[in-house]
Design a protein around this ligand. Structure first.
Ligand code: MG
Length: 160
């Protein structure tokens, strides 16, 4: 069996009076939401880059440029479905994905089950093969000042 790992990172600015899309769901009652060309879902964007990286398929900006009108306001679940297809087309199965969200507010733990429930099927993996974790940034830097949200992801691909 051949295996490959990939890593991804994404960051988006936070603004008041914005819907906050994170991990494929909308966070109700969040004080701010992420700003971007698409729906600015950093969890999905980081996972897409981890998968693309493991398969040597470039990055999300290469496939879905933030200057392309087709992707304006786009639900990022579309990108994850497409990236999964690209990775599968190259003969890779997704082994597991691990993601960490860095956000000061609100607390993410109550939403993790819902995120896994939405994202795992898009990658054709079980919820047990998708880990989503969260941490604050201890009030330090842009995350600590609630100016932005970021996410890291690692993905393992396998081919027999
Ligand atoms: Mg992004």
């Amino acid at each position: 069996m051949k295996i490959r790992v990939g890593m991804g990172f994404d960051v988006h600015e936070l603004e008041t009076k914005r819907n906050f899309y994170l991990g494929g769901i909308q966070l109700e009652g969040a004080p701010k939401g992420a700003v971007g060309h698409s729906d600015a879902d950093v969890v999905i964007h980081a996972i897409c880059d981890a998968l693309l990286g493991a398969a040597s398929l470039g990055d999300i900006g290469h496939h879905f440029a933030n200057t392309d009108e087709r992707w304006k306001g786009r639900d990022s679940k579309y990108f994850l479905r497409e990236v999964t297809r690209m990775v599968n087309d190259k003969g890779w199965d997704i082994g597991n994905v691990d993601c960490t969200i860095c956000l000061e507010k609100p607390k993410i733990s109550p939403h993790i089950a819902a995120m896994k429930n939405v994202l795992a099927p898009l990658m054709n993996i079980s919820e047990d093969d998708l880990s989503i974790k969260a941490t604050t940034n201890e009030k330090l830097g842009y995350v600590g000042r609630e100016e932005g949200v970021c996410a890291y992801a690692v993905a393992l691909l396998q081919k027999s």
